[in-house]
Design a protein around this ligand. Structure first.
Ligand code: PSU
Ligand code: MN
Length: 307
């Protein structure tokens, strides 16, 4: 066990017994949604994972400790303090730990802590990727490099078209990261079920996905996988509405000279401001949907590992 890591009791017990565990990230809580919806969502996602037969492990840094599994009070703190909590990606982790601070972990940092704890399955909303205009800005999320090297599968609703989805897929292909569509041949674009880009493999059941992951890692092919789960039809948004909001958010970010780690949170906040409650509701529902699928994959994966 790493000396900077605390694994919550119920998570440690499940891992020791080979029972299913699902990791959850915390940048989405502190930087991805407003209070109090962020807190309600974080607690509801944990409940959904439990109802689906797995143990939730929300991941963050609290007082300089890497946490796999948070108490209710800790989740409340991340929700209430919001953007005051440092957004923590791979490069930030050592400094937040060394200074004894709190950090809300991105997909990359959540994968790192999950892997340290022995958790293989992780559910979130959207992942980072290659930004539009990356040819000039070089803005490529550290999430992609993490997927290339850390053995954790990430269940998401695809990626938002604040990113260049085509370049994101090219990057993942180069780094050997498989992109699986759950029940779809097309990469979903977060708020919408379609993007016009194909996935690498379509798989139609959690068992098939768990088997592919288990074979990948048994072959020593290190790194993660991206499992893209389309937003439920009922909550999917009109592509014209969401794309107009994304274009406006991108233009405002450019005009304001937003750079580096501030880019993604700025764009997400602007989209929410422009589209109002509809995008927030969709965002919440797709996270629930991903937590359900991730739990089913974790259940199938732990049954295979035990056999
Ligand atoms: N994309 C979303 N919602 C999010 C994020 C990205 O649609 O909440 C968050 C995730 O935590 C992701 C991070 O890991 O932003 C990526 O930030 P960056 O692009 O700075 O690597
Ligand atoms: Mn970036």
């Amino acid at each position: 066990m790493n000396k900077y890591l605390d694994v919550k009791d119920d998570v440690a017990e499940a891992l020791a017994a080979g029972k299913p565990v699902v990791a959850l990230e915390s940048t989405i809580i502190s930087h991805g949604m407003p209070y109090p919806q962020n807190l309600e969502t974080a607690l509801a996602v944990e409940a959904i994972v439990r109802e689906s037969g797995a143990v939730p492990a929300t991941i963050a840094v609290i007082g300089g400790r890497l946490k796999a599994g948070l108490s209710r009070e800790e989740i409340e703190l991340l929700g209430k303090r919001g953007t005051e909590v440092i957004k923590a990606s791979r490069r930030d982790l050592p400094f937040i730990v060394a200074a004894g601070k709190d950090g809300a972990t991105t997909v990359a940092a959540t994968m790192i802590v999950a892997a340290l704890a022995g958790i293989r399955i992780f559910a979130t909303g959207g992942v980072g990727g290659v930004h539009r205009g990356a040819q000039e800005s070089f803005d490529i999320s550290a999430d992609l490099e993490e997927l290339a090297k850390t053995n954790v599968a990430v269940i998401c609703a695809g990626a938002k078209s604040i990113l260049d989805l085509g370049l994101t897929l090219e990057y993942l292909e180069t780094r050997g990261v498989p992109v699986i569509g759950y029940g779809t041949e097309e990469l979903p674009a977060f708020y919408t079920r379609k993007s016009g880009f194909g996935v690498d493999y379509r798989l139609d059941s959690p068992e098939e996905i768990a088997r592919a992951l288990s074979v990948k890692w048994a072959l020593g092919l290190s790194g993660g996988a991206l499992i893209a789960n389309p937003i439920p039809e009922k909550y999917s948004m009109d592509p014209a509405v969401i794309n107009a909001a994304i274009d406006r958010a991108l233009a405002e970010a450019k005009a304001a000279g937003i750079k580096g780690k501030a880019t993604t949170p700025f764009l997400l906040a602007k989209i929410k401001e422009i589209t109002g409650g509809e995008s927030l509701e969709s965002n919440i529902e797709l996270v629930y949907n991903n937590a359900r699928l991730a739990s089913r994959i974790a259940v199938a994966f732990s049954a295979m590992a035990g056999s």
